[in-house]
Design a binder for this molecule. Sequence first.
Ligand SMILES: *[C@@H]1O[C@H](CO)[C@@H](O)[C@H](O)[C@H]1NC(C)=O
Ligand SMILES: *[C@@H]1O[C@H](CO)[C@@H](O)[C@H](O)[C@H]1NC(C)=O
Ligand SMILES: *[C@@H]1O[C@H](CO)[C@@H](O)[C@H](O)[C@H]1NC(C)=O
Ligand SMILES: *[C@@H]1O[C@H](CO)[C@@H](O)[C@H](O)[C@H]1NC(C)=O
Ligand SMILES: *[C@@H]1O[C@H](CO)[C@@H](O)[C@H](O)[C@H]1NC(C)=O
Ligand SMILES: *[C@@H]1O[C@H](CO)[C@@H](O)[C@H](O)[C@H]1NC(C)=O
Length: 535
Amino acid sequence: MMTNKMNHHAILMALFLLQVVAFSNSAQLSTNSRWIVDSATGKRVKLTCVNWPSHLEPMIAEGLEKKPINDIIQKISGNGFNCVRFTWPTFMFTRPDYGNLKVFESLDKYNLSAAKVGISKNNPQILNMTVVELHKTVVGELGKNKVMVVLDNHVSRPTWCCDGNDGNGFFGDAYFEPKEWLQGLTAVATTYKGFPQVVGMSLRNELRGGRQNEPNWYKYMQEGANTIHAQNPDLLVIVSGLNADTNLGYLRSKAFNVNFTNKLVFEAHWYTFGIPDKAWTAQTNNLCATQTKRARDDYLFLTSAKNSFPVFMGEFGIDERGLNVADNRYITCFLAVVAEFDVDWALWSLQGSYILRQGIVNHDEYYGILDIDWDRLRSPAFVSRLQIIQQINQDFTSKKPTYYKIFHPLSGQCVQIVKNEIVLASCNNASRWDQHLDGSPIKLEGAAGCLGVAGDGVSPRVSMDCSSKWKIVSSSGLHLAAQDGKGEYLCLEVNVSDSRIVTKKCLCVGKNLSDFRTCAGNPQSQWFKLVPANV
Ligand SMILES: *[C@@H]1O[C@H](CO)[C@@H](O)[C@H](O)[C@H]1NC(C)=O
Ligand SMILES: *[C@@H]1O[C@H](CO)[C@@H](O)[C@H](O)[C@H]1NC(C)=O
Ligand SMILES: *[C@@H]1O[C@H](CO)[C@@H](O)[C@H](O)[C@H]1NC(C)=O
Ligand SMILES: *[C@@H]1O[C@H](CO)[C@@H](O)[C@H](O)[C@H]1NC(C)=O
Ligand SMILES: *[C@@H]1O[C@H](CO)[C@@H](O)[C@H](O)[C@H]1NC(C)=O
Ligand SMILES: *[C@@H]1O[C@H](CO)[C@@H](O)[C@H](O)[C@H]1NC(C)=O
């Protein structure tokens, strides 16, 4: 009896311990080759984040003067974001005269009386907190709402980022002392121990400026990565590249050496800053081709290298008013590439406004998903275009064969067959297509039937006739063309005014099937991407 009872007790104890271990591991993430996975189950977890700044002068998460914190968090998760890239400035965690400031003191310091009234109304409980307590409170509320958090060291001295000469750009700049930076990483990694919603830390936003160089990048970033892991081994350690996070190409020739495994993720940013509207409008196909190549060569290669890593697109975004021509063309190209690679990402950005940015009170943010009053989406159409990249399309643990979704990045929708009619619809129920090789028929998975050209301006048909051979034309890799009865190539196109899918003369693509040298038209209604998927 006694022995039995002991055994029973021992088993209960063992079960109890197992449970404790399983529970404390529940939200931990690690990496498996190029994928981020749940450490406990090995299943893929995809970070689909939105940025939320807390690194400007007042060190107060933006928007708390506009809406109650839970209202903001509902807007995050309600729009398909499962994670926030939440920023912090080094000084807030290394210098008591910054970190110990109470929220109201920080507001008073900059005479932000309207923001103080707004916070008193919407989040009165935070006024007496220190800015560090507030940071933890926001992270805590995100966790309660099952939103994951990546903590991003955005600047040293709290301010708007990222001028090349702002003293925050690279190790050794006026405010960017490497020792203090390591101290800050240590403080944040330890502060957030036992916050399972905090899944990772990114080392530093957009390294830049005249001081940047590869030897110091390796030296300090390796040290920073090791430091985070030593302090908090649960976290993903997210490493950003040079040139404002646009370049990690040097990793091809020299590995990043750290003293841990299965936690390293690389981060890149992709905007279209600096590329004139005219370049995009005159050569949309060609510019998408060269920009895509740059992204592959500079960081996306990491997902397919022999020693592969996850890539986190930590920032991208557009003026959501739709007024920036270059932004409008770039984002369509971006969505096609990111859907294909199925990488993790964080949109810039959540905030419709800043309490104080660059000296301007209540600064509008056209790249924010929310309007200046944080009431509603600036552009519901833009947010809905993110749907396919919010999905897990490729699950490396799945045994199911790969098929393709035919994605139309300009609309953000996918091709679907409904009662033999070809339509654009939500990518949630995209039809599954099969194509063995470029230049061969595109078949509907399972059911018999192929996609066939029916004529100029006419919807393609799905039938047993598999004679149409679909070929990617143009350097963009985004026009799908097949020959009509007369041997002319016609491209798939969406008529944006009625959302009908037709085949038409290829836009900005010559009879030789390559791009016009310059083209006044916009070929993006014809852009389609075969997105590989197995879930
Ligand atoms: C805040 O207002 C006071 C009094 O008007 C003024 O002296 C001070 O310079 C202002 N501070 C800032 C940061 O604008
Ligand atoms: C903040 O603290 C002060 C005293 O330090 C107190 O008078 C005030 O009511 C507190 N405000 C809130 C919102 O808790
Ligand atoms: C890894 O490096 C960090 C920082 O230098 C150090 O604190 C830690 O002890 C090292 N861990 C191992 C396992 O060597
Ligand atoms: C697409 O999927 C949604 C649910 O995600 C469903 O409500 C809708 O009926 C589907 N549409 C079609 C045409 O199958
Ligand atoms: C697009 O659809 C509209 C409405 O059906 C039609 O008037 C227009 O001619 C179509 N445009 C093209 C390029 O086919
Ligand atoms: C293909 O044709 C277009 C226009 O017809 C021309 O601009 C382009 O240079 C040609 N490309 C090649 C590779 O010959």
